[in-house]
Design a binder for this molecule. Structure first.
Ligand code: SAJ
Length: 423
């Protein structure tokens, strides 16, 4: 691979500006800083910026606090409210959808506006946010209109005509394993031109141990969406099997375990629904781009979105056997041992059960205060909830719940959506 051009020092990238210090941006900034780059992380959240500059973190992810603390103490990582000049810019902002599941690129556009004034010839801009196909090219156009003095790439154009490099390299890290996966996963790197992809690969080669896999920006965008849609479809199959088993009075966990003894079958685990800001969102970006070609992806989304409602029905049915029952919802995070409540089916279920006028208490060991939407729900400690509840609804398979002595559950009605307490 050619040595990158237009960057400072010994031909390597020296400075990086990361826009968005969330679940992807902050770990990325910290890892890059720990590998010797001078990193400025930028966020609009003043509290996050202040905390990071004190060597602290505003999100929970194993070992992130130690890494950030070390990088800040070494002077390699700083947080700021505004972008600063750098050799490379990494955009890691949210890409949610609007009503009707139409992608909302307003955060990407705002990031482009924010970095445009500090760009200089030769800079590299990478978008890591999961993006609908065409976003990277759109980003390049937004930057070009704000900085007509610089030459941004367009697809199919000769790279020699450009002095800016724009690429997409989707983040693919699994919450809970972010710091390991950031460094060890292979990276798909899509450039608007070949040269853009090479420049981006040169940056990641300074930081990651995984392989860089070069392609076009549009392909890289679709690859990331396809990965998450693939998982969504597979989880939908598991959830559908769960519904089938409930209907037929068969233990889905036993049936899945036995089916998975087949050498070419690997059914995933049914659960209360699909949460998080990725798998419940990204498939819609494919649907938006190709609505008529995606009946399977759309069906999977509907199956998974329906799942919390079936759990609520189960709870309502169980509640009919009591006068004034107390329901304890165990776990609000969208999956085990993290503090992320985004798009969490557990939050939705807790809300909907409380809306029935049923007394609900919630246990979530990884967050201090319940989200606004559950303002009227009591937050309880696990031992208190186990003592008070008539009905226990296990929604997230957090480690503290795994450790519960089965004797404590005796006499309670248990709805275990994760198969955690199966004998
Ligand atoms: N879930 C089940 N049953 C399963 C597996 C998962 O119900 O067998 C549920 C989880 O409880 C959770 C949801 O699905 O609510 C999603 O969890 P997950 O662990 O499958 O994925 P995420 O959203 O935490 O992370 C995914 C990952 N993508 C893939 O595995 C293809 C990760 O690599 C991506 O980086 C991340 O999305 C992202 O940011 O896009």
């Amino acid at each position: 691979m050619n040595a990158p051009t237009g960057i400072s020092g010994d031909g390597k990238f020296a400075t990086v500006c990361v826009i968005g210090l969330g679940y992807v941006g902050l770990p990325t900034a910290a890892v890059m800083a720990s590998r010797g780059l001078d990193v400025t992380g930028v966020d609009v959240n003043n509290r996050a910026v202040e905390l990071i500059n004190q060597g602290k973190v505003h999100i929970i992810e194993p070992d992130l606090d130690i890494l950030v603390n070390g990088a800040v103490a070494m002077g390699k990582l700083k947080a700021s409210l505004a972008p600063v000049p750098a050799d490379a810019f990494i955009i890691a902002v949210p890409t949610p959808f609007k009503d009707d599941h139409v992608p909302d690129l307003s955060y990407v556009k705002a990031a482009a506006k924010a970095i445009a004034p500090v760009l200089k010839a030769g800079d590299l801009i990478i978008i890591e946010s999961t993006s609908p196909v065409g976003t990277t090219e759109q980003l390049s156009q937004w930057l070009a209109s704000d900085r007509p003095d610089l030459k941004f790439p367009t697809a199919g154009e000769n790279s020699e005509n450009c002095n800016m490099y724009v690429a997409h390299s989707p983040e693919r890290v699994l919450p809970g394993r972010v710091l390991i996966e950031l460094v060890s996963n292979d990276r798909v790197i899509g450039g608007i031109t070949e040269k853009c992809a090479e420049q981006a690969a040169a940056l990641y080669d300074q930081v990651i141990d995984g392989k860089s896999l070069l392609t076009t920006a549009r392909t890289a965008e679709l690859v990331k969406l396809a990965e998450n849609a693939y998982r969504d479809v597979n989880i939908a199959f598991a959830n559908e099997m769960g519904n089938v088993c409930d209907e037929m009075d068969i233990d889905v966990w036993e049936a899945t375990k036995l089916a998975n003894r087949h050498p070419r079958v690997n059914i995933l685990n049914p659960g209360p629904g699909v949460g998080g800001h990725c798998i419940a969102v990204d498939p819609w970006f494919i649907v938006d781009g190709a609505p008529d070609q995606t009946p399977l992806i759309q069906a999977a989304r509907h199956v998974n979105d329906q799942k919390p409602l079936s759990v609520v029905q189960q709870v309502i049915k169980a509640a009919e056997n009591f006068t004034n029952p107390v329901v304890a919802c165990l776990g609000l995070a969208y999956k085990a041992d993290i503090d992320d409540l985004r798009e969490s089916p557990a939050v939705e279920i807790t809300r909907l059960v409380a809306d029935q006028g049923i007394t609900v208490i919630a246990v979530e060991p990884y967050v201090e205060t319940l989200p606004e939407v559950l303002a009227d729900v009591e937050k309880a400690r696990l031992d208190d909830a186990l003592a008070k509840a008539d009905i226990l609804v296990l929604l997230t398979d957090h480690s503290p719940f795994k450790a519960i002595d089965p004797a404590t559950l005796k006499g309670k009605t248990v709805i275990d959506t994760r198969g955690l307490w199966r004998a």
